[in-house]
Ligand binder design. Sequence first.
Ligand code: IPE
Ligand code: IPE
Ligand code: MG
Length: 250
Amino acid sequence: MSLKDSIDQTRLPQHIAIIMDGNGRWAKSQGKNRLFGHSNGVSAVREVSEGCAELGVKYLTLYAFSTENWNRPILEVTGLMDLLLKTTRSEIKTLQKNNIRLRAIGDMDALPASTARELRQAIADTAGNSRMDLILALNYSGKAEIVRAVKQMAAAAKAGTLTPEDITEQMVTDHLYTAGIPDPELMIRTSGEQRISNFLLWQLAYAEFYFTEKFWPEFDREELYRAILTYQNRERRFGKTTEQVKEEGK
Ligand code: IPE
Ligand code: IPE
Ligand code: MG
């Protein structure tokens, strides 16, 4: 029996978020440069996107570039932006074929114009696809996302259309880039690092975290199934006791 057959289809996470980490270390282990690692990370993106869509996962969010990543050597940054542009262009047909909708969260305006243009085009072209949303976190920062939401609400308060009493958790949620998207139930990080690096700070409030030593270019469908199986073996208590959770599950 393959790992896939052990997955309980009725308890799939609707939304999986992934910090794709370890491209640089994987490349080094192969005696290659960091960009070689990023290029090889693209096949893992393809593999995991298709694996999720086949299972019936509805949202997959991939952390592709953080606001902090601008601090990397300029050649790596331009290489990543170029890879993003080329990958978007080459994958669009497959996204259409697989009925996958491409979306992005983060500040797209700060990306190189050609990369932003290609992405916006792909986002518009796939807007009608309904099997799964593939959400790329690009020039993304969880703190910046919350600040942006706070600014929007402060502007509404100043304009007199909002009072402090109106502000609820739901309202904050609705002002995030991810408005309308359910919170991830499962967050995966590859490469052995165990931190969230400014990713989806609000949305991961109750996510299950799964860390693996595998570098991102090594992550494949089987690894995805392993992560989902681990998730399915966790007890999600949401503050309650085990006894309460067991009673409710009967
Ligand atoms: C993740 O791999 C990709 C991006 C952050 C763009 P890294 O490039 O961080 O690889 P390591 O962590 O240096 O090995
Ligand atoms: C997080 O990875 C960002 C992405 C995967 C895009 P990093 O490799 O940049 O994270 P830190 O800085 O080591 O925490
Ligand atoms: Mg890293």
